[in-house]
Every structure is written in C-alpha cells, then in structure tokens.
Design a protein around this ligand. Structure first.
Ligand code: NAD
Length: 349
C-alpha cells in the first residue's frame, strides 16, 4: 500500500494526474491537497470523487503548521507537487502571491517530507512538477536541454526556478529523494480559460475578439495534457533519483499560426464560413518581459524512459475543441464568476 499526496489536484494538470493515479493504482491511497483558489475546481475531478482510494483535502501549502500536521498524520510515501500560482500575467500584477505559493509553499512541503521521513528514504520520493519557462527565452535556434542554465524572466518563472533550486538543494543537502520535470505548455480539457487555447475557443464560441500579444510571433511548444500525465506517472515510478527530465511535445507553434489553426477547426465545428473566426483576431499591447521562444529537447525522457507524446497536435486540438463544445456548462460556470471581472481588467484596453 502506497500513500501518495498530490498537491494542486483540482487544477488543470493536477486533475488529470489525480484521475490517472486513482484509476490506474487502486492499491494506492491518493490524497489530493488543494486550496481551491480561483484556478482550482472540484468539477474537474467529479468523476473520481467517490473512488475508495481517493480523499480530497482542502488546504493551503503556505500554512506550514497545517502541512506539518498533515504529513505527521498520514505518513505519505510520495509527494507529487503540482500546486502553484501558474499564470504569467497574474504574476506581473501580483508577484508576491507567486513567491508565497510557489517558493514558500514548496519549501513547506520539503520540510514536512524531510521531517516525516527522518532520513529513512527507502521507497520515498518527492516529485516536483515544473515548467520550461525557468530556462528563459531562446532565439530562433536551439532547444532547452536539462543542462541549460536557468534564466527566468517573469515573476512566475522566477518563482518556479527558485522552487526547483530548493528541491535540488534538499536533495544535495539532506539527501531527500526527488525527481524534477520541466514541461512545455500544456493544453486539453479542464484548462482554465485565461490560458491561450481555452480562452480563444471560448471567445470564438462567443464571437468575441481574440487578443493576440504583440505581433503574434511568440513561439511555444505544446503538449496534450494527458500525455503529460502519462509522463509524470512514468517519471514518478521509473525516473532516476536526484534527476531532471524535460518533457515536451516536439511541437513548436508561433501563436498566430496556432490561433489561425484553431479558427479553422472552430469554423468547421460551428458550421461558420471559412475564415469567419479569423476576423476576430485583434493584436493587443505586448506582455512586458515576454519570452520570444521556448522549445524543449525531450530526448532524454524518450531515450531513458521510452516516453513520447501519443497524439499529434491536430488530434489533441480536435479532442480539446470537442471537449469544450460538449462542456459549455463547465466553461460558463467559470467565465460567469470572478474570472469575468479579471478578464475585463486584463483586456479592457
Ligand atoms: P492550475 O493553475 O490550473 O492549478 C493549480 C492548482 O493549485 C489549483 O487547483 C489551485 O487551487 C492550487 N493551488 C494554488 N495555490 C495553492 C496553495 N497555496 N495551496 C494549495 N493549493 C494551491 O495550474 P496547472 O496549469 O495545472 O499547473 C500545475 C503545475 O504544473 C504548476 O506547478 C505549473 O507550474 C506546472 N506546469 C504547468 C504547465 C502548463 O502549461 N499549464 C506547463 C509546465 C508546468
């Protein structure tokens, strides 16, 4: 019997990871710890809430005494840490909440794991889920590898870089068993509609403008979220102790090309005239400190653990668009709430 703590399991990626672990490992006990911030939504995991091997705990990783007590009570064998403030734009207006959750929250979890395991690390593992944004920005050429120097540019990526360093430092200083992954942009079902792909799907449905930053030439690598969850499962069980893996989709897109592809798919789905949704594209003022290009070399995880994405971008986007069209109640529940006023403020000009 393994007792695992998954943090941030009511969020986008966390919900897919919780679902995969609860279903695939009935012999494990899965505890999902989430503060249910604006980004956390129990509707994301409603299908597994009654599973006998699943427990939800509402709580804040910034609250150290609570975290210590939780670890003392449950004696977890492993931690998969996904809870985070995750939106770059929000980090620009409120950096401190990113320091609190992403840095202090991570250190609280490391301290609690260390205290609970007391140097007896057999069968124990702390898995920190991170982002490729810690590497900063690439020019037109090259890829991020596991040895690329950290060079974060946004308060979000600086906070994630800092948390990565703490995880590594706990491994070096105290011998804490850890694995770390840095993944590129995810997309798929249950993605909060402040992020590019669900934002644009929703706006196309609503016939609202599609705000594209700057000249639209920013380039990102995209990975279907269920493929990320599979990689996380693999790294958690088979990744080498004290090691780092990059995870990516081998799938680079300039924002403007991605938006045009989405418009094309949506026109077909909604029965609109070809080119109709593209009319909604509206270039807006650039994000400060915007990184030009991220691209991941995911050959290490492919070579060492045999992982590669299972769907192409076209297949993944098709699944994603279908999911949003079939789950408009989920979308409306979110967009009618607090998110609506945030959206107005962010894109008011
Ligand atoms: P998300 O914003 O959708 O979910 C984050 C979850 O964490 C939410 O459920 C939220 O309620 C919870 N949370 C926030 N603060 C908390 C706190 N103080 N205590 C407890 N819970 C708290 O994020 P996501 O996109 O699912 O990202 C998950 C992780 O993966 C993050 O660490 C992120 O940095 C990393 N990541 C994301 C991407 C991506 O493209 N989304 C890519 C690479 C890595």
């Amino acid at each position: 019997m393994k007792k695992l703590l998954i943090t941030g399991g009511a969020g986008f990626i966390g919900s897919h990871v919780v679902r995969l672990f609860v279903k695939k490992y009935p012999q494990y006990q899965i505890f999902n710890l989430d503060a249910l911030t604006y980004a956390g939504n129990l509707e994301n995991i409603v299908d597994i809430e009654a599973a006998p091997n699943y427990t939800f705990i509402k709580g804040d990783i910034v609250d150290a005494p609570f975290i210590d007590q939780l670890f003392a009570e449950h004696q977890f064998d492993g931690v998969l840490h996904l809870a985070a403030e995750s939106h770059v734009d929000r980090s620009i207006t409120d950096p401190l909440s990113f320091v609190k959750t992403n840095v202090i929250g991570t250190v609280n979890l490391l301290n609690a794991a260390k205290a609970s395991w007391q140097g007896n690390y057999e069968g124990k593992r702390f898995y920190h889920i991170s982002t490729d944004e810690v590497y900063g920005s690439l020019g037109a050429e090259g890829l991020f590898t596991e040895t690329t120097a950290y060079d974060p540019n946004s308060p979000y990526s600086a906070s994630k870089a800092s948390s990565d360093h703490f995880v590594r430092a706990y491994g070096e200083t105290y011998g804490l068993p850890y694995v770390l992954t840095n993944c590129s942009n995810n997309y798929g079902p249950f993605h909060f509609p402040e992020k590019l792909i669900p934002l644009f799907i929703n706006n196309i449905i609503q016939n609202k403008p599609l705000p594209v930053y700057g000249d639209g030439k920013y380039t990102r690598d995209w990975l279907f979220v269920e493929d990320h969850a599979v990689a996380i499962d693999l790294v958690f069980h088979e990744g080498k102790n004290h090691d780092t893996y990059n995870i990516g989709g081998f799938n680079e897109w300039q924002n403007i090309d991605l938006v045009k592809l989405l418009c094309k798919i949506m026109d077909e789905k909604l029965g609109r005239a070809s080119g109709a949704s593209e009319q909604l594209i509206a270039y807006v003022k650039d994000r400060p400190g915007h990184d030009l290009r991220y691209a991941i070399d995911a050959s290490k995880i492919n070579r060492e653990l045999g992982w590669k994405p299972s769907v192409t971008f076209e297949q993944g986007l098709e699944k994603t668009v279908n999911w949003y069209l079939e789950n408009q109640t989920w979308l409306n529940n979110i967009t009618s709430g607090a998110y609506a006023s945030y959206y107005e403020k962010q894109y008011a000009n």
